[in-house]
Design a protein around this ligand. Structure first.
Ligand code: KG4
Ligand code: ZN
Length: 325
């Protein structure tokens, strides 16, 4: 409900800034700049942040620095670990994005792969909703999957073969062979549909289902079966994410891999990434849990980088619902 979210931002923003200053043991007078998320996201909420940040910075006589949300997720890795060994392949995997970047120079991010449909976090959230597990879906599926059999169900891995889905990102041309560029794109809507079909079969609704809405359709399944679905679903998501990231890293001659964004909090993803890192002999960096899901520190880190590279810029920027990085 975008309007309610915007109104909540108006109510909370002063208190949040005061609490942040207090927790950070600083005062308004000590601030050198204000960082703010410019986009992408819900534009009403972004507008509250942008308007507040500009007013605050103007009143204090300090610069305001617009930040791309995904730059924040990428820089959360640097905030936690220092500069990554470059070149690096960085996967940002969140509720709104599943995007793979190639970084050869600090602060310059080249998009080489992205999801053609749902983001990985979105798939977690939709499957959780289907199983009646609430929102956000990632943490609860992560927890239930530990009790389940990840081979109980054989969900499909998306293959991007249909002709009109075949064009790889233009930016990937030249740095990856076309067949590899195609393979480093992601797709999760087919997996989500496979889970829906299974749930409908298991609950006796038939493969196409009778219910108008799938929300909560799987809630009546036995807990052990819900855990098996979670584990099997999660195995496919994590395999797809890591297969493609490691393959891209290998082709690009990357010296490190980074994985950030809300889904990087996932315990199976972290464990599997570590195991593959050891096998492939390439270091993998993930943020600490406190910097995995959305947070303000990473926006500050990205602003710090931008200030150092380009200076503050002007005041004319606006909130943007969609914004290329
Ligand atoms: O980056 P983020 O906090 O917000 C966006 O930018 O979207 O990511 C939120 C997403 C949600 O879809 C949530 O279900 C997922 O991250 N998430 C997880 C876990 N914790 C959060 N997904 C899998 N396992 C987790 N432990
Ligand atoms: Zn995020």
């Amino acid at each position: 409900m975008p309007e309610l979210a915007s109104r909540q931002h108006v109510r909370d923003i002063c208190g949040v800034v005061e609490a942040a200053l207090e927790k950070g043991e600083s005062t308004m007078e000590e601030l050198g700049a204000v960082a703010v998320t410019q986009g992408p996201g819900l534009v009403g909420s972004l507008l509250v942040g942008v308007s507040f940040a500009k007013s605050f910075a103007w009143a204090r006589g300090i610069p305001v620095v617009p930040v791309h949300h995904l730059a924040g997720h990428i820089e959360s890795l640097v905030l936690a670990h220092g500069e990554l060994p470059l070149p690096s392949a960085v996967l940002v995997v969140s509720g709104g994005h599943t995007s793979l970047f190639f970084i050869t120079e600090p602060g310059v991010y080249r998009l080489i792969g992205r999801t053609r449909d749902d983001a990985a976090g979105e798939a977690y959230d939709k499957v959780a909703k289907l199983l009646g597990l609430g929102y956000p879906g990632g943490p609860v599926i992560d927890r239930l999957a530990r009790q389940g059999n990840d081979r109980a169900f054989d969900f499909p891995t998306a293959k991007l073969t249909h002709a009109d889905r075949n064009a790889p990102l233009a930016t990937a041309d030249g740095i990856l062979p076309p067949d590899v560029a195609r393979r480093v794109d992601f797709s999760f809507s087919g997996l989500k549909t496979a889970v829906l079909r299974l749930v409908r079969e298991r609950t006796g609704a038939g493969p196409e289902g009778r219910a108008a809405s799938a929300d909560g359709a799987g809630a009546s399944l036995p807990p052990s079966e819900i855990a098996d679905i979670c584990a099997s679903f999660q195995r496919v998501v994590v395999d797809v994410l890591l297969d493609r990231t490691f393959e891209a890293a290998r082709w690009l001659g990357a010296r490190s891999i980074g994985i950030s964004g809300g889904v990087s909090a996932n315990s199976h993803l972290r464990a599997e990434a570590e195991a593959r890192s050891a096998r492939a002999g390439i270091p993998v960096f993930v943020p600490p849990l406190s910097l995995s899901t959305d947070n303000a520190a990473m926006i500050g880190a990205a602003a710090f980088r931008r200030l150092a590279r380009k200076g503050a810029g002007d005041w004319s920027f606006n909130a943007e619902a969609s914004l290329p990085l």
